[in-house]
Design a protein around this ligand. Structure first.
Ligand SMILES: Cc1cc2nc3c(=O)[nH]c(=O)nc-3n(C[C@H](O)[C@H](O)[C@H](O)COP(=O)(O)OP(=O)(O)OC[C@H]3O[C@@H](n4cnc5c(N)ncnc54)[C@H](O)[C@@H]3O)c2cc1C
Length: 419
């Protein structure tokens, strides 16, 4: 079958790789000049089946309202974004009930665990390198109240099969000695034993190269404006380099998927949620950290990726805006230097870079994978803040559904039909 995939981020490349293994003729189209130049470029790098929670947890409405207008809040809703959020926002709040949150968390955890199996299987065949680590991740907490709340969360996650251990301060320091220097306030935390980390951009470059070996064609610098259709069949994608025809189409354009879907009146409940990361050179640090650390109080993930330290966090509903707001960049810098004083020197010397990306977030916090109302248009999008944790699992599921192969996990929780 001739298949066109729109988007060469984590989802597009993973879809292309698995579809090419089935022998299809694949073309990936992207407006950028190479793989993974948008949201998959500098994410936090954590593969965390342990933390596959949708953001719309019970109590989120009160939190977001309390944070409104506060530039330094971890989740900032800007008034200018409100008109674009109306239907999506209501659905987001509906899904924050305890029952729906738990069901959506369960669906995400299944997909995240499936992703880890796919990753293991891929690496057994193709030992690619992407600054990976398999030491688990460490959630650190600075006050006793948060520690108590976490005990509840731990039992919820343990029920879902997540392997985690509550640790006291000394046990945390033993696992991550780099936390000792500034660790007086730290009271304890949780070790999520099976989590991993790695550089998603490096991974995309390697996976795209494997896909190319399977004859996948990548057409870069090509901007898609929408689809052509005839009845319930998509006949072509329209681009600034002409129309492309195929037997089937996969929409994997991240936060831009709903904009492209609109051209055929398909409504995708996905909105962009902006986040920031900084990447700090730590090649001359005496005692560099080795574990991914999730700072629960500051809402930031701080993750060693080879000689670099990536820190990412903050969520902002501000439409399609990737400008770097220096105040929010500084928030992330301050959180890193508060944990690891050595970072101050690197930052002072300018040995760091900052970045912002748009998480493609569905209103229920679960991605959309598989068929659409059009008989030859497939969707692999809406992975939100968990796209690295879901990428291979999503790509394999999409490829099996499109290729009419038996699927390894139940696909209904991710189907478009649920909306
Ligand atoms: C700050 C931050 C930290 C994160 N940390 C983590 C983490 O630790 N763990 C985790 O699991 N996830 C994390 N994520 C989420 C993860 O990065 C995303 O879910 C994932 O990158 C989304 O991949 P994608 O392929 O859907 O989208 P993208 O990577 O954005 O790919 C979409 C592609 O479509 C192309 N495209 C869009 N429109 C058009 C058009 N009109 N024409 C042609 N091409 C087009 C774009 O150029 C792009 O290449 C984080 C995200 C952010 C922002």
């Amino acid at each position: 079958m001739k298949i066109i995939i729109i988007g060469s981020g984590l989802m597009g490349i993973a879809s292309a790789f698995y579809l090419s293994e089935q022998g299809h003729e694949i073309t990936v189209i992207d407006r950028q000049s190479g793989p993974a130049r948008e949201t998959s470029f500098a994410n936090a790098g954590v593969l965390h089946p342990s933390q596959a929670s949708p953001w719309n947890h019970p109590g989120i409405a009160r939190q977001i309202l309390g944070w409104m207008g506060k530039e330094d809040s971890p989740f900032l809703l800007r008034a200018s974004a409100l008109p674009s959020l109306f239907g999506w926002g209501l659905s987001f709040l509906r899904h924050a009930s305890p029952e729906r949150f738990r069901a959506n968390l369960q669906s995400n955890t299944v997909l995240a665990n499936y992703n880890m199996q796919c990753l293991q299987e891929l690496l057994s065949r193709h030992p690619i390198s992407y600054s990976a680590s398999s030491l688990g991740s460490l959630k650190v907490l600075d006050n006793e109240q948060d520690m108590e709340k976490q005990s509840e969360a731990v039992s919820l996650f343990t029920d879902l099969g997540v392997n985690c251990k509550i640790l006291n301060q000394a046990e945390i320091f033993a696992l991550e000695p780099a936390l000792v220097e500034n660790g007086k306030k730290l009271v304890g935390g949780i070790h999520y034993v099976d989590d991993q980390a790695g550089d998603a951009h490096e991974f995309c470059l390697q996976l795209a190269a494997l896909a190319q070996q399977n004859q996948v064609r990548f057409e870069y610098d090509t901007r898609v404006s929408g689809f052509e259709k005839s009845g319930q069949t998509v006949t072509a994608v329209k681009t600034d380099r002409g129309d492309y025809q195929a037997d089937a189409f996969v929409l994997a354009a991240g936060s831009y998927s709903p904009i492209l879907a609109r051209s055929v009146k398909l409504n995708l409940p996905i909105r962009p949620v902006k986040g920031y990361s900084i990447t700090v050179d730590m090649s001359d640090w005496e005692n560099p950290p080795r574990m991914p650390v999730i700072d629960e109080t500051a809402h930031v993930a701080i993750v060693p990726l080879g000689n670099q330290l990536r820190a990412a966090g903050t969520a902002e509903l501000t439409g399609y805006n990737t400008e770097l707001n220096q105040r929010r960049v500084q928030m992330v810098i301050d959180q890193v230097t508060a944990r690891y004083p050595a970072a101050s020197e690197s930052v002072k010397a300018g040995r760091f870079s900052s970045w912002a990306g748009l998480r493609p977030s569905t209103s229920d916090g679960v991605p959309i994978i598989g068929a659409s109302p059009f008989n030859n248009l497939y969707l692999n999008t809406g992975q939100g803040h968990l796209g690295w944790t879901f990428a291979l699992g999503s790509g394999k599921l999409l490829a099996d559904l499109l290729g009419s192969k038996p699927v390894d996990i139940k696909h209904e929780p991710y189907s478009y039909a649920r909306f």
